[in-house]
Design a protein around this ligand. Structure first.
Ligand code: ISL
Length: 560
């Protein structure tokens, strides 16, 4: 298997996403930190993952939970110090865990030294040229330069007050106003991000997740987006899943972005062992995603098409096949991901009726939920995810079966989406609630015993059964299913990197064989399904009934 090979470990690694502010609080202020993470490395090594991806831990005013970076080559004091970070890297490596950090190259914080300088320097200054400042439209310049909308809601432009006190230019922010987009045409911007890569690689970091990797380059002249169909999930037309044709967009997925990643790849390859990248690029077509993964570009990219797929056998098979075909064509492994800090937790997504592809819980909230069904499907889904060829991600808490917290009080909501949407979209806080470790009451061991600080987001009162402590040793728990699956995945040739062949099974049942006589069968339907003959069961997501798979159950099989 590739994960033992220092140059190819990423081809089939299972990577655990540490959302640091919610993972473990070492210093008792209610916010997760590096000390907390260091104290839980044993748990992660024992779980059986190969690597960690840590969300941004840099100094930040936290307008977007750390994705507004004020200094890329330092550590936020609330998370710890650079020495703590170095100690963590050392200890993680000792425990056999590689570490990926998160780089945010599309925008900085508005408190970054460059932006502070740009505001003070005034229109036409070289300092403003590191960002995308433009005059407004209209006689008084009081209309934004174009109609682009922020991902978090409202215009993507903010007007500044000039140093002389007059209303002045506008700057672009595809996300919050506190996250001004930088100008990737500027050589100093390019050079500085490359220095950041080297800074962390020199400290032993094994790679980077690249935030919004598909947005760095904007179209010349910043034209308005035509009436574009974006995103383009496959939809059923005449009984077949199809996408509308790809069209260029003024800021998503522009072809010019690839040159940046060729430069980054050269830097990663200059290290021994080579460092790696995973792109966060919400690019729907696997064919477009594969362009980021050409041999001289990035190593892997999150497969959001899979994350957004409804629990539907035909849809899942279509997405899996498309992914493997397109990524295989450039020699890149697929990644399989079910949840992250930006989308509703999959237990809660799968608890709903499944017709809409999409990542937002808002499409699902308000619909009736059956959390028991959501959990069964989530259990079945993890054997599918870890059974597919390539690498996989586990978002902290999914191994405990945590649901989305859908009833956070409005006054604790922290995601900028809540304000920017005029309180119509509650945003992403529901999947960011601190991890329950032990005990029967909040903070469930998230903070050290005896501290009075509350977790930065309140945990539900009914999570006593979902703690690491409660689930450990319970053979029916989500945690023990993840542990068993990860252990087997490591020990069983045929899982990880490679290819698959589909089995011909009844409608609603997905099945494929892997190398070494291994097979994975997932009953996506609501009816009982027979297992293919000639196999023994290695692991099943729930108990078999009459030797077959009940609804929403999956199994790994081995040919006898
Ligand atoms: O652009 C999108 C859809 O085409 C979004 O889904 C977008 O790619 C996504 O929201 C980017 O997320 C990342 O960058 C954000 C940050 O808030 C998220 O937490 C992070 O994962 C801005 O840095």
């Amino acid at each position: 298997m590739a994960h033992d090979d220092p140059a190819n470990w990423w081809r089939d690694a299972v990577i655990y996403q540490v959302y640091i502010r919610s993972f473990a609080d070492g210093d008792g202020d209610g916010l997760g930190d590096i000390a907390g993470l260091r104290s839980r490395l044993g748990y992660l090594a024992d779980l059986g993952v190969d690597a960690l991806w840590i969300n941004p831990w840099y100094p930040s005013p936290m307008a977007d939970a750390g994705y507004d970076v004020a200094d890329y080559r330092a550590v936020e004091p609330r998370f710890g110090s650079l020495e703590d970070a170095e100690a963590l890297l050392h200890e993680a490596h000792e425990a056999g865990l590689r570490v990926l950090l998160d780089i945010v190259p599309n925008h900085t914080s508005d408190r970054h030294a460059w932006f502070v300088e740009a505001l003070a320097a005034g229109p036409g200054s070289p300092a403003r040229d590191r960002y995308l400042f433009r005059p407004g439209r209209g006689d008084a310049g009081d209309l934004p330069p174009n109609e682009w909308q922020s991902v978090f809601g409202g215009s993507a432009w903010e007007r500044v007050t000039e140093p002389d006190g007059t209303p002045g230019e506008w700057y672009l922010h595809l996300f919050a106003p506190e996250q001004p987009d930088v100008n990737w045409e500027h050589p100093e911007v390019r050079a500085d991000f490359e220095e950041t890569l080297r800074f962390w690689f020199d400290r032993g970091v094994d790679g980077f997740r690249i935030d919004v990797a598909h947005s760095l380059v904007k179209q010349d002249g910043l034209p308005d987006a035509e009436d574009l169909d974006w995103p383009r999930h496959p939809v059923e037309v005449d009984g077949e899943l199809r996408r509308s044709p790809w069209q260029p967009h003024p800021f998503w997925d522009r072809d010019e972005v690839h040159e940046i990643y060729r430069d980054w790849r050269r830097i990663a390859d200059s290290y021994d062992p080579p460092r790696v990248f995973v792109a966060e690029a919400w690019v729907d077509e696997p064919e477009r995603l594969a362009r980021y993964l050409r041999t001289d570009e990035l190593h892997t990219a999150f497969n959001f098409t899979y994350l957004q797929a409804p629990w539907d056998a035909g849809y899942l098979r279509h997405v899996i096949t498309e992914t493997l075909d397109e990524l295989g064509a450039v020699g890149a492994p697929a990644t399989w991901v079910l949840s992250n800090h930006d989308v509703a937790r999959h237990v809660s997504r799968y608890a709903r009726e499944q017709e809409v592809p999409g990542s937002s819980v808002m499409q699902l909230l308000g619909r009736p939920a059956d959390l028991d069904l959501g959990r069964r499907r989530a259990r079945a889904a993890v054997l599918l995810t870890l059974g597919l060829p390539g690498s996989a991600y586990v978002y902290q808490g999914e191994e405990l079966g945590l649901p989305e917290v859908e009833d956070l009080p409005e006054d604790v909501l922290d995601d900028p989406t809540w304000e920017r949407s005029g309180h119509t979209d509650r945003g992403r806080d529901g999947c960011r609630v601190p991890v329950p470790w032990s005990g029967t009451r909040p903070p469930y061991g998230f903070s050290p015993e005896g501290v009075t600080a509350q977790p930065w987001l309140p945990q539900p009162d009914d999570w006593a059964g979902l703690t690491v402590e409660a689930e450990t040793g319970d053979p029916g728990s989500m945690l023990e299913l993840y542990r068993s699956a990860l252990r087997l995945r490591r020990a069983t040739p045929g899982l990880g990197d490679g290819s698959l062949s589909w089995l011909d099974l009844p409608t609603g049942v997905l099945g494929f064989t892997r190398e070494s006589g291994l097979a994975c069968v997932v009953n996506v339907s609501a009816a009982h399904a027979e297992l293919p003959t000639g196999y023994d069961v290695l692991l099943s997501s729930d108990a078999l009934v009459d030797g077959g798979l009940p609804a929403a159950t999956s199994a790994w099989l081995i040919r006898h």
